[in-house]
Design a protein around this ligand. Structure first.
Ligand SMILES: NC(=O)c1ccc[n+]([C@@H]2O[C@H](COP(=O)([O-])OP(=O)(O)OC[C@H]3O[C@@H](n4cnc5c(N)ncnc54)[C@H](O)[C@@H]3O)[C@@H](O)[C@H]2O)c1
Length: 303
């Protein structure tokens, strides 16, 4: 199939591009390199450097004869969304609207959105797809709106609500995930800001398991909303402990108050997706952290 991946120079999108190329698909990566890197785009992918919120998407979809679009491009930062809500709207809601409209006009066969557990807001148990969304931050609001644009487009659509994804190539700056940030800071000796003393819980899922879920969404043309997570809650401070143990180095920790928009607990019930018989998470947290630590040790701390 001819598959266009927005944000394919980023963390999840580049792993997805690699897997789909290996499976024999023709891949176009559309990325403005605002957060991703050209070197992440695998050989064999066509590359279009363009911003989804401005590019002529009709032209690009027609030019690459895209049958499936996987929309990974985003500014994935809760804290940035709270400090810059309008910028987050432009980064996360508007591009999804434009893509939905263009995909409809160009008769794309399937639209897939990488959405987030953040649409649910705080939870007392693993969230289910049938739970009413109640996002606690602008990032979650704009992703939820993006889902609805896809739903209204008339194009067969899938929204994968991802838990906290981690693995090699994830950004380690303030817009990255805790695993990447902790790994890079433990290796460099930089202070680690532990918000809410790291007592918040999150659901961690390894990037290859997320890529498998996207592949299943394409192969099975999964309709509507699907959770992708482990169903397990892990405290952020326990992630840090696992990382210091894996690296056998201490962390320079600074306890900070909770950040606006951060929920105390988050986890996903993925039994709907597991129940299809086509997917289940296969990489344990321990193994995933070990693999990610190896990536960081091999690449060195400077990059
Ligand atoms: N990483 C996670 O834990 C997580 C969890 C839930 C959902 N998601 C979603 O998964 C997707 C991928 O996340 P990631 O962690 O790989 O992020 P990432 O920052 O590594 O990748 C995003 C990519 O999108 C590109 N991009 C951003 N805005 C663009 C635009 N307007 N036009 C073109 N390209 C643009 C960036 O350059 C980058 O390469 C995002 O939609 C994110 O919201 C991620």
């Amino acid at each position: 199939m001819r598959i266009l991946i927005t944000g394919g120079a980023g963390f999840i999108g580049s792993h997805l591009a690699e897997t789909l190329i290996a499976d024999g698909h023709r891949i176009t990566v559309l990325d403005d390199l605002s957060g991703g890197q050209r070197s992440n785009v695998p050989d064999g992918a066509d590359f279009e450097q363009a911003d989804v919120s401005e590019a002529d998407l009709d032209y690009l979809l027609a030019r690459h004869r895209s049958e499936v679009v996987v929309h990974c491009a985003a500014r994935a930062s809760v804290s940035h969304s709270m400090s810059h809500p309008l910028a987050d709207y432009h980064a996360n809601q508007l591009p999804a609207f434009r893509l939905a409209e263009a995909a409809s006009r160009q008769r794309v066969g399937q639209l897939i959105l990488l959405s987030t557990s953040g649409v649910y807001g705080p939870v007392e148990r693993p969230a289910r797809e049938t739970d009413l969304p109640a996002p606690a931050n602008y990032y979650g609001i704009h992703k939820w709106a993006a889902e609805r644009y896809f739903a209204l487009s008339g194009v067969p659509w899938t929204a994968l609500r991802l838990a906290n994804v981690y693995g090699p190539r994830q950004r380690s700056d303030s817009e990255g995930g805790a695993v990447a940030i902790f790994l890079s800071h433990v290796l460099s000796g930089e202070p680690i800001h532990l918000y809410a003393a790291g007592e918040q819980t999150r659901d961690y899922v390894y990037v290859s398991d997320v890529v498998s879920a996207i592949v299943v969404a394409i192969q099975q043309r999964l309709p509507g909303v699907w959770n992708v997570g482990s169903g397990k809650e892990t405290r952020i401070r326990d992630i840090l402990d696992a990382i210091t143990a894996a690296l056998q180095r201490p962390a320079n920790v600074q306890i900070e108050p909770p950040r606006p928009g951060d929920v105390a607990r988050s986890s996903l019930d993925a039994s709907r997706l597991v129940g299809t018989g086509f997917w289940r998470p296969t990489v344990s947290l321990e193994d995933g952290i070990r693999r990610t630590a190896e990536f960081w040790l091999n690449r060195g701390i400077s990059s």
